[in-house]
Every structure is written in C-alpha cells, then in structure tokens.
Write a protein that binds this ligand. Structure first.
Ligand code: NDP
Ligand code: HSE
Length: 430
C-alpha cells in the first residue's frame, strides 16, 4: 500500500509532539497500521521561528492551500487552534476528501456536529480524541469501550489549569492570582486563561463528552457554567471542616431522555476518587447502567500526552482507509434535544450566609427553607468577623434547582440576612 501523506496544521506544543511521536514510534506504527505514514507539509504562521524538532525546511509553509488543496495529502492533522478560520479550512479540506484529526475542543464544541456531517457526506473521518482530557482516551472509551452501555452520569475534572489552582489554594493556601500565573508559566493554561478560570474550556469538553455519551445533540448554550474566580480561602476552609474538597467539576447526566450538563465549583467528599486528583491532572468518572463505576485518569494536556492521542487517532484513520470503511465517525443522534427543567435538576447544596446575631434570626432563615421543603444534612453557626454578625454554613439534602433559586431569593428579602456569601453544588455522595 502507498504511503499515507499527512498535512500538519500547526507546529507548536502539540504539533511538535506529533512529529516526535511519529518519528520515535515509526516502526510500531507501521507494524500496527500496515503502511508507512509521512508528514509532507506543515502549516505555520512564522517560517523563521526556531523549531524544537528536526524537520525538512521544504515541509514548512504559510499557505494553507499547500495542505488542504494538495491532491497528494490524505489526512490533515489540525493542531493550530482557532475557530472560524480553522472551521473554513477544515470544511475545504473535507470537500477535497481529506480525513481530519484534530485536538481543537474550541472548534469541535461549536462546529463539531456540522463538520462531522460534512465529513460523512464526503466519506471522510474526523477524529478528535485529543480535544478532551489530552492523553486520556476518553472519547474513544465512550464511543467504543462503553458503546454497549447506557451512560447515566459523567463527572470530570477536564481542565488542568483550574485543578492546579484549586490544588494549590487548598493544599498550600496560596492566593488565586499567584497560582494562575504559575499555571500560565507551566504552559497548560490557555493563551487567554479566562476560558480556563471561567469554566468555558471545561464546558466545551463536557459538551463533547455528553454528545457521545447520551447520543443527543447538545450545545455549549445548554451548559450551566460557573468558574472558580469567586472561591475564597474561607470557602475552602469551611468545606474542609465539613470533610469536603472544592473542585471545578463538569457533570453531565441523563434521565428519562432528558440531559443536564453543568460546569461549576463542586464540593466532593475528601475521599471521593475525583477529590484525590491533584495539580494539572485530569480524570473522568463514568457511571454506566451495566458497567457501574469507571474512572479514567491521566495528563489532560502537554506536548507528548496530547500528541499520543492525536497519533492514535491518525492510526485509526489510516486503518479505516486501508479497510475502505472511512466516513462513519458521525452517527445521527438517537434522542431529540431535551434538557431537564430546573424542577428536575437535583443536587445537594452548600450555602454560606452572613446574618444578624440576634434572637429569632436563625428561626427566620430556617422558615424560608422549610417553606420550600428544603431540609439540611449539616448546619454550622459561627461568630462573624464583626460584632453582632454571625455566619451560617449549611449543607442541604438533595433539592431541585428550582427550590434552591426560590430559597435564595427569599433569603435575600430577609432583613436579618446581611449577605449571601457563597453557594456551591455538593456531589459524589449518592
Ligand atoms: P501552540 O500555540 O503551541 O501552536 C500553534 C501552532 O499553530 C503554531 O505552530 C503556530 O505557528 C500555528 N498557527 C497558529 N495559527 C496559525 C495560522 N492562522 N496559520 C498558520 N499557522 C498557525 O498551540 P498548542 O499546540 O498548544 O495547541 C494546538 C491545539 O491543540 C489547540 O486547539 C489546543 O486547544 C489543542 N490542545 C492543546 C493542548 C496542549 O497541551 N497544548 C492539549 C489539548 C488540546 P507558529 O509556530 O509559526 O507560531
Ligand atoms: N487549558 C487546558 C487545561 C489545556 O488547562 O486543561 C488542555 O485542554
């Protein structure tokens, strides 16, 4: 069989790793796919830059047409990032019958379904395992290894930057800004880290996971998204004293044909497997009706881990080309788009209030909750940092989001409540 020719878009962190893995593991790759794979063109934006890998100078180009319109090229690996321009480039490549491998979660969360359909019409593959949790083969596990099961719930630490920040704030008491700078220096934060800390990066990844797991077309707009900026050292300390750890957790669940996807700071019991995932590591917990609990753990970013996922996808594309079965990546959704309403979304909640320290205040507050039939698992009352001010910290039993929002609105209307300090989801205890 002829050599498979690859056009590589991007030679940064991931692109460099792809060149290294293809070079260092070439014998094994050839043995497994049954033919040679060769990079013939690399798209970059700066031809003069010094590169960390040995490449032939004539591979480099700044003209996308040298890849996407090149009849010699069979597969495009897209590891350059970007959404709209990159989408147009990949559409053009697919119309030219090129298969695609990408690590670009930003693109796939916005245009993924459209690209997958276009690829199917053109009998091309698009694989994007590296786009969620870098080196962990989680999309592949959901679509292949767990394909026969009904997936009911996914909980994931799918953003390394926020997990790093939460680990350092919790274990070392370091301030948010200082740890964010460290994460940027270590290279796993996005160029614009607001998408990490505000939850957008995790929301994009949860959308991709939920689409595959639940066989429903879910969009970024369907995700309830809260980032980690508002978490204070006091929140972390109170959570700790109640035996919880705070993490940015993506949760996707499906019940009676209705889905819910959230990314939000979540209190987990300290001994929950996800609570033990430290620093920039990622982990995804999957609950399937038949398989029960499974957990996937590993590096969520980095040059070689991400490149491993990219090259494994490339190998699958090549096997499909050899077998003549390309173009079957996309399967129409099995279920119509139905989301749970607020009265159908249940979770426990951690709530912190600043209240007047006077007779009857506690009673007024508990009346608000009992009017909404909210009951408590844990309550603490502590002196506040000022005279005649107390702080109440509580963890509810499972309540609906509707009950939560009504209770919070009614609390704000009470004179004795000075401030709703914070409230977070509590999960992982069922
Ligand atoms: P980098 O910024 O390190 O590299 C981007 C590369 O693409 C560079 O080589 C750059 O060229 C090239 N490039 C960017 N824009 C253009 C353009 N318009 N035209 C031509 N070339 C261009 O990015 P990463 O390697 O970190 O990330 C790549 C993709 O992989 C992103 O989608 C990212 O979200 C995803 N990803 C990254 C992970 C990671 O650990 N870094 C983990 C998982 C996914 P030049 O070198 O000349 O500047
Ligand atoms: N910024 C991302 C993270 C990189 O921190 O997880 C991997 O997608």
């Amino acid at each position: 069989m002829k050599k498979i020719q690859v056009g590589l878009c991007g030679l940064g962190t991931v692109g460099t790793g792809v060149v290294k893995v293809l070079e260092d593991h070439q014998e094994q790759i050839k043995h497994k796919v049954g033919c040679e794979i060769e990079i013939s063109k690399i798209l970059v934006s700066n031809l003069e830059k010094t590169r960390d890998v040995v490449i032939k100078q004539d591979w480099l180009t700044i003209d996308p047409a040298d890849l996407v319109d090149n009849p010699e090229i069979d597969v495009i690996i897209e590891v350059m990032g970007g959404i709209e321009d990159t989408n147009q480039l990949l559409e053009r490549a697919i119309r030219n019958k090129k298969h695609i491998v990408t690590a670009n979660k930003d693109l796939m969360a916005v245009h993924g379904q459209k690209l997958l359909r276009l690829a199917k019409e053109n009998k091309c593959d698009i694989l994007y395992d590296a786009s969620v949790a870098g080196g962990i083969p989680i999309l592949r596990s959901l679509s292949d290894g767990l394909a026969s099961d009904h997936i009911q719930k996914i909980m994931g630490i799918v953003n390394g930057t926020t997990n790093y920040i939460m680990t350092k704030m919790t274990d070392e008491g370091l301030p948010f800004d200082e740890v964010l700078e460290e994460a940027q220096a270590l290279g796993f934060a996005e160029a614009d880290p607001t998408s990490d800390v505000d939850g957008l990066d995790a929301a994009r990844k949860m959308t991709l996971l939920a689409n595959i797991a639940f066989r429903m077309e879910l969009n970024l707009e369907d995700v309830h998204m809260v980032g980690i900026r508002g978490i204070t050292q006091e929140d972390i300390n109170f959570a700790e004293s109640l035996d919880y750890t705070i993490k940015l957790i993506g949760i996707a669940s499906m019940q009676d044909g209705k889905a819910e996807v959230t990314v939000e700071p979540t209190l987990l019991p300290k001994d929950h497997p996800l609570a033990l995932v430290k620093n920039e590591y990622n982990a995804v917990y999957v609950y399937g009706e038949a398989v029960g609990e499974t957990m996937f753990y590993g590096p969520g970013a980095g040059s070689l881990p991400t490149a491993t996922a990219v090259v494994s996808d490339l190998m699958e594309v090549v096997k499909n080309i050899r077998l003549g079965i390309s173009g079957n990546t996309y399967i129409d959704p099995q279920f119509d788009h139905h989301l749970k309403s607020d009265s159908e979304k249940f979770s426990r909640q951690f709530i912190r209030l600043e209240v007047e320290d006077q007779a009857g205040a506690f009673q007024e507050i508990t009346n608000v909750f009992s009017d909404e039939k909210v009951s408590f698992a844990k309550i603490l009352q502590l002196p506040g940092d000022r005279e005649k001010i107390a702080e109440i910290v509580m963890v509810t039993h499972k309540i609906s989001r509707e009950q939560l929002l009504k209770s919070l609105a009614n609390l704000k209307g009470l004179d004795v409540v000075k401030r709703l300090i914070s409230h977070y989801r509590v999960d992982g205890e069922e």
